[in-house]
Design a protein around this ligand. Structure first.
Ligand SMILES: Nc1ncnc2c1ncn2[C@@H]1O[C@H](COP(=O)(O)OP(=O)(O)O)[C@@H](O)[C@H]1O
Ligand SMILES: [Mg+2]
Length: 146
């Protein structure tokens, strides 16, 4: 699925709609450079999971935790060199807790990711605030319909 976001609010809304559909144990792996909106998307994802706390960037903490319908673990792998460092952080314990792991800079730990949902965010040539958001892979929960 590819959609266009024209503002930070639209990116959050797309994240929210995905968050509503995620099941336990899902990994959401972002691709997309600095300032593309990975943290903004995660803010929406958190809302969609029913997390009420404000989402802030985990750049310095590496992982932030939120409690909602499912727990959300928001990772920023920017400063990690490789999957080994991720396992040292207890990655498998996070996976085992049955939450959703949202992973910024997933390219740094790509070997650790099994069957994630990929969220790719690119600049849309249409304008400064435009983003192309492509969601692929994983096993999304069936949409129950109306
Ligand atoms: N369509 C858009 N979607 C998301 N963010 C946008 C958009 N247009 C402009 N922005 C701005 O881009 C920045 C994205 O920041 P952030 O979510 O922290 O990015 P990242 O985590 O990818 O580095 C914010 O300052 C936001 O206001
Ligand atoms: Mg970020």
């Amino acid at each position: 699925m590819t959609c266009i976001s024209r503002s930070v609010a639209e990116t959050e809304q797309i994240g929210l709609e995905l968050g509503q559909r995620l099941g336990p144990g899902t990994v959401v792996a972002y691709r997309g450079g600095l300032g593309m909106g990975k943290t903004a998307f995660t803010r929406g994802l958190a809302k969609g999971l029913g997390c009420r706390d404000r989402v802030t960037s985990p750049t310095f903490t590496i992982v932030n935790e939120y409690q909602g319908r499912l727990p959300l673990f928001h990772f920023d792998m920017y400063r990690l060199c490789c999957a080994d460092e991720l396992f040292d952080l207890g990655w498998e314990d996070y996976l085992a807790r049955g939450g959703v792991c949202a992973v910024e800079w997933s390219e740094n730990v790509i070997e650790a990711l099994e069957d994630p949902i990929w969220v790719r965010i690119d600049r849309d040539p249409g304008g400064d605030e435009g983003r192309l958001i492509t969601v692929t892979g994983g096993r999304l929960h069936e949409d129950p319909g109306p």
